[in-house]
Design a protein around this ligand. Structure first.
Ligand SMILES: Cc1ncc(COP(=O)(O)O)c(C=O)c1O
Length: 476
């Protein structure tokens, strides 16, 4: 209950707790910088020792803050020099500040009436991203993640490719979607959600670099047509999850055009290559794609979640996602200002503001600063490759095109090494399957780490591997 002392009209009501939050945050940062790492809490101990359960009677704000602190301090960090487990890591100061202010503002991004200039900020960011993607004038929206940006594009593709799908639905047994064997799992999952069906996603073979084989794609489409199927969509990946491979968009776009099939590019991970003149050629042909997914919460270091879906043709999101809601969209704008009510072209109704943190970071770094981030991420990856190539105990799985460095410790179980590193609290690093072998996946995503951190990572891996029984990493 709000008391007089904590009245919402008292500035201390917010700035006081924010100062306490800042203190807890400082403790988090101090903890993550400890040289020895942090042992993760196991489930049983977490349930036993942390104040997880919610009491019938409130404990009051002071005690709640103390409980908050204990849970926060027991939560794994994704920043610092010991987190290599995901396609995001690290912390960009200004983006974190903007995110904190977003929470204080607590906007919902559906109308100009509620969000005011935040709508203009969002539009500025989206227009810049459209321009980078060679889709100027197209449609764009923020979504709750790359999986859902892919979903938005798949819904639009379905509706555009299958007349009547939006209003009457479809019989999913006829339509097919094509994507590489290395593509993200959200594609099959989304196919199940849009009525096409998971079984109708065709996994196209990859080449030695992990890229979709265009010839295999063409023959799969041909075979499906002969089998009375209706090929609907191709999803090319720019930056695959495990290998960091970039499908060659040009030849795939050629096939899409000839076959009159929708082409989506999933650049959730690798879309940020557009921010670097040297690397943007990895997405050559994107100007021929119909839609595009791009996550700024991966390579660009913006706090989760910050993902956009873009389309080349204007107005598509409004066309496919708008629905009347007279209780909400009350401020009428002329047709060419309809974007001032972004809720009318969103997957969501209530929607958090994911643009401000990206805008703030972009203000601070400019295009050049993002390019420098990518430069450093690549330099760290090359440093890691150098270490692997100069050590007989380490085996590089392939020559990386992006910042995914996959390797094995010769004769030692990848899985056991990663598990042991985690349980000891040394560091977090994940594994994946590459050409039938389970490999360690190092992603040098955080430009705030340095070469000595990578050196230490390999020392830690080799030290742990020395105490692990011999094993092969072949996956059946
Ligand atoms: C290629 C690719 N697409 C989509 C996604 C999904 O992104 P999100 O985790 O933001 O939903 C990922 C996540 O790793 C990815 O690697």
């Amino acid at each position: 209950m709000t008391t007089a002392a904590t009245s919402n009209r008292n500035p201390d009501c917010i700035t006081g707790p924010l100062a306490e939050a800042a203190q807890i945050a400082a403790d988090v940062v101090e903890q993550e910088s400890r040289a020895e790492g942090t042992v993760p809490i196991d489930v049983a101990k977490a349930l036993e020792t942390l104040p997880i359960s919610i009491p019938q009677q409130g404990v009051g704000e002071a005690e709640a803050i103390e409980r908050l602190r204990r849970v926060v301090m027991a939560t794994p960090t994704t920043s610092g020099t010991r987190f290599f487990n995901q396609l995001f890591a690290g912390r960009e100061r200004i983006a974190t500040i903007a995110e904190a202010l977003t929470v204080v503002l607590n906007q919902s991004m559906y109308t100009y009436k509620v969000a005011g200039p935040q709508v203009l900020i969002e539009r500025e960011v989206l227009e810049r991203m459209l321009a980078k993607a060679s889709m100027t004038g197209g449609d764009a929206m923020f979504t709750p993640g790359g999986s859902l940006s892919n979903l938005a594009a798949m819904i639009v593709a379905r509706n555009e490719m299958i007349p009547g799908a939006k209003e009457q639905g479809i019989d999913g047994r006829k339509h097919t979607i094509y994507t590489s064997a290395e593509s993200h799992y959200s594609i099959r999952k989304n196919a199940g959600m849009i009525g096409v069906g998971r079984e109708n996603v065709r996994k196209v073979a990859i080449d030695a670099h992990g890229r979709m084989d265009p010839a295999a794609l063409a023959s799969m489409i041909k075979a499906d047509r002969a089998d009375n199927k209706a090929p609907m969509m191709i999803i090319s990946t720019s930056g695959t999850t495990v290998m960091g491979a970039f499908d060659q968009i040009e030849p795939i776009a050629e096939i899409a055009q000839q076959e009159k099939i929708w082409l989506h590019v999933d650049g959730a991970f690798g879309g940020s290559a557009l921010m670097h003149t040297k690397h943007r050629d990895l997405l050559a042909g994107l100007d021929r794609a119909d839609s595009f997914t791009w996550d700024a919460h991966k390579m660009m270091g913006v706090p989760l979640i910050c993902s956009v879906a873009l389309t080349r043709k204007p107005g598509l999101f409004r066309e496919h996602f708008d629905e009347t809601a007279s209780y909400l969209y009350q401020q009428d704008f002329e047709q060419d200002h309809a974007w001032l009510n972004p809720g009318t072209r969103s997957l969501q109704c209530g929607r958090r503001n994911d643009a401000l943190k990206l805008w703030a970071l972009w203000q601070s770094l400019g295009d050049d600063g993002f390019a420098q981030r990518i430069e450093k991420q690549h330099a760290l990856a090359r440093h890691a490759v150098g270490i692997i190539e100069s050590n007989d105990q380490l085996k590089l799985s392939f020559d990386p095109a992006w910042v995914n460095v996959c390797f094995e410790v010769a004769g030692k179980s990848t899985e056991a090494i990663c598990d042991r590193l985690n349980t000891l609290g040394t560091l977090k690093i994940g594994h994946g399957v590459v050409f039938g072998r389970r490999v360690i996946r190092l992603v040098t995503i955080d430009p705030q780490i340095d070469e000595p951190d990578i050196d230490r990572l390999f020392r830690d891996i080799l030290a742990v591997a020395a105490n692990i029984e011999a094993a092969d990493n072949i996956v059946d």
